[in-house]
Design a protein around this ligand. Sequence first.
Ligand SMILES: *Cc1c(COP(=O)(O)O)cnc(C)c1O
Length: 361
Amino acid sequence: MKKIYNFSAGPSTLPVEVLEKAQKEMLDYKNSGMSVMEMSHRSSLYDEIHNEAKEDLMELMGLDEDYELLFLQGGGSTQFAMIPMNLLNKDDIASYLITGSWADKAYKEAKKFAKPEILASSKEDIYTYIPEIDESKMNEKSKFLYLCVNNTIYGTRISPEKIGKLNKPLVADISSNILSEKYDYNKFDLVFAGAQKNLGPAGVTIVALKKDLIKETREEIPTMLSYKTHADKNSLYNTPPCFAIYVTGLVAKWIKKMGGVEAMEEINKEKSKLLYDFIDNSSLYKNNVKLEDRSLMNIVFVTGDAELDAKFVKGAKEKGLENLKGHRTVGGMRASIYNAMPIEGVKALIDYMKDFERENR
Ligand SMILES: *Cc1c(COP(=O)(O)O)cnc(C)c1O
């Protein structure tokens, strides 16, 4: 079998153990003679998969019974619309912290349904830092503050320390760092994550929200885009993405087995430190992100020469280090080292970086 390390930002690498388990159960899930892909979503066998995945995720996130966790479709991007549609009326204000293109897209989508304001933006500095979260600068009438906690493209994150207790409700995109380190998710009123970054395969989006946010909303909202529709039916209003939920559930069990979010955090800090330390001590590579805002998940770096960057990515691929090219809007390189990336992968990348530096000085 060909073995590579996959540094893709998403869809991204999954734990080998999880893939093996899914493979083992592929043709015959628990002696049913069926694959999970072929099963009725109304069957008791599927019910168990669905509810265990939900319970495990809520447990890992440390969410109490004030929260409902939903399995939705449409990716993180659909949440950009569902959030304002469900939480705001058309003249309501909400505040957005613009820390990258995903936050900017969410803000622009919100404009279609309400009156969002920009609290602060780091666009001028190509999103290399997280602007201050100053609640006193928010419009008094603002209904919530929207954050993108980990900025997948720019390699920044809002660290847990920066998320204090706010008076306003907090809504956040946690697509690319869910369960990667300890956040007090009970401080948030709604969080969402497309699974394909740090959680599972593409096709399911996790939304966890306070139950008191689930209510009849604006009449014109399509049934499928109302949180209440899905919450009332335990995310089984219509056919859910059963297989994606199943694999996501396997990943949740894998995280639990590995020691939970605390264990993920420890290893993620070790992995990212290895790479950042190497970059900071090298004379060829550079990471331009403000130190305290560096992401543990997506590590961006450049050589300062676009041609050399391209050569780096090409050579890496030949060494089995895949998908290191930076996002098309920023160039350079990006190593996404999510929970499922073993430390050996990071070490292999650093070895290659050393060799490349020596050969291209
Ligand atoms: C990838 C990503 C999205 C978009 O997710 P889709 O599921 O492709 O719609 C949104 N936010 C963040 C932070 C992301 O990394």
